[in-house]
Design a protein around this ligand. Sequence first.
Ligand code: MSP
Length: 694
Amino acid sequence: MAQRKFYITTPIYYPSSHLHIGHAYTTVYCDTLARWHRLKGEDVFFLTGSDEHGQKIERAAQTAGKTPLAYVDEIVATFQALWQRLNISYDDFIRTSEPRHHRVVQAIFKQLYDQGDIYKSVYKGWYCTPCESFCPETRLVDGNCPDCGRPVEEVEEESYFFRMSKYAPALLAHIEAHPEFIQPGTRRNEMVSFIKQGLEDLCVSRTTHSWGIPVPIDEGHVIYVWIDALSNYLTAIGYLSDEATYSKWWPADVHVVGKDILRFHTIIWPCILMALGVDLPKQVYGHGWVVLDSGKMSKSKGNVVDPNVLIDEFGADAIRYFLLREVAYGQDAKYSKRGLIERINADLANDLGNAYHRSLSMLERFCDGIVPAPGQPEAQDLELRQLAEMTVAAVDQRLAQLEANTALTELWRLVGAVNKYIDTSEPWSLAKDPDKKERLNTVMYTVMECLRIVALLAGAFLPETGGKAWRQLGLENYAEKTAQDLTWGGLQAGTRSAKGEPLFPRIDVAASLAVEETQPGDQGQTQAPSGKGAHKMSEHEGSKSSTKENEATLKQPAAPQQPASPGQPSAPQAPKTVEKQDDAEVNLITIDDFAQVQLRLAQVEAAEKVKGADKLLKLQVSVGEEKRQIVAGIAKHYAPEDLVGRKIAIVYNLKPAKLRGEWSQGMLLAASDDAGNLALLTVNEDVASGAEIR
Ligand code: MSP
């Protein structure tokens, strides 16, 4: 059977300013689909690029004292650098300033002119330079552009027009016959009613600037934005230059665009293609926007979030995950740094990272790091296997429906199920009983095989993490794997794992946000320095000092000598000098200092001794839905089995640290006296695990 092809495009971005996380979303989203289709063994062509012509760029270059080309060269280089950092696997990056594109655009213009679909007339009306768009007076809002809200300019000039109105009936018929053409379906009616209101002929040339592709039959005109920009999708695959390549890829399987330019792609572009006698793309998907609490990101508001700053602090995959997970199909999504960190901590550090880290630790401890051959499966093993198989199908189905966010939900359901399976099958208990060796082997194999499948599935979304997880499992040649490798049982018994650092260390929310809060303008990522004082990923990885710090506190896990009461006023009403002296003597902290420490109630699910450390116990706890591991110096006071089921108080926002090679994600609280007595802090009433302690 012939190999299936998949041709996917992003919009080509204007190099009039730098890219923000909204642009990053579109490109990461397309990259995910491209990677997924490659994994399925399809022949994929993934196109992105830059839309370089127009008055806005010409003016910006002038202001910068550069030629337009020199100006865009610099900005386009930053686009490409960003895509590299985000691991965007595009097959071609098209620039509209390239000669290959000029030739195609001029030929298209000439054909349409020769066949009478382009004619010369006079344009009189309103023009929005930022949007590069003409606007009928009836659509203006208080005299401003209806799309961006900025002032429009009145222009009157001789222009060429494309007879778009002529193609309206055929376009309507196409939309009706192909309900999948416009995505999401909810936008289809909007487009249909726009067409039904009557399409005006489209102005396709300008004389007010010269930075563009000259009209082939009239040198004083340059071809105006949409014919130039949209045709990139044809140029890049050899239209009019390489028939075999062109007919291999066209029609595009999906053009992915933001909702603001859906109209151009589902009305203007199809009309141009119909006039050219070229098939229409199979689908156009208009996604929602990434917005801030304060509304739209805009350069003038100074609230544009720079993806580079976030990659510096959190890594590319964390940003990819956040964007893919937060933007629901066709909906807008909110970005906030807190939201980003919460996602990283909950989904990446706790769920995903922990699943690998604890499993690989157990494999090391119970099976010498070698994947065992499974024995006879029990019902819960088969259930998990079935879920893994269903997840493969579900992720595929969701991505076929263009829903990257729900595809991730499916994948995380499997990750959650693996964690739960570990909790309920308790490999640490099985490991204690030599008679249960076969059962332990089955459980460990089931866990590791699930994690192998998760690593492969995750690769389309999180390419770095997928590869890293794969290598930690002791596997090779990640990039060469295909969907066939998703079949259950692919993991060979005898594989030697290579456990490394956790895939995603937890981020210290308070520290990371504190950096932001000291920056001018709340969300002002563009102004934020990308490192200084910021919480770097490497600092989470159990540095010597933090380990020591934790060891020290673990030896004395009781509250400070003079604990501040939560109800206490933050500063004593006394003269400054006295206040200072008091502070020093009794080590007073303010209520704000106290608020920095998040205390929570956790339930102990499992406990065991830490090998080679006679004072340490390792606890698996749940904090609400969340699972954590805590290492505590209480082995002399409590037997592991006495702790299971207890609700204990923990410091929830303590930096994770390694104690004797084990990650501790928090610290439990205990009271200890000079006589050597120690008691865990707990609650007398029934309060849910995860509850805040204030
Ligand atoms: N050059 C045109 C596209 C031509 S395609 C033949 C253009 N460029 S753009 O740089 O202004 O925008 C590119 C894309 O970024 C658009 O799809 C737009 O919707 C998207 N986004 C701009 N801001 C966005 C968000 N805040 N969130 C998500 N996408 C956003 O339009």
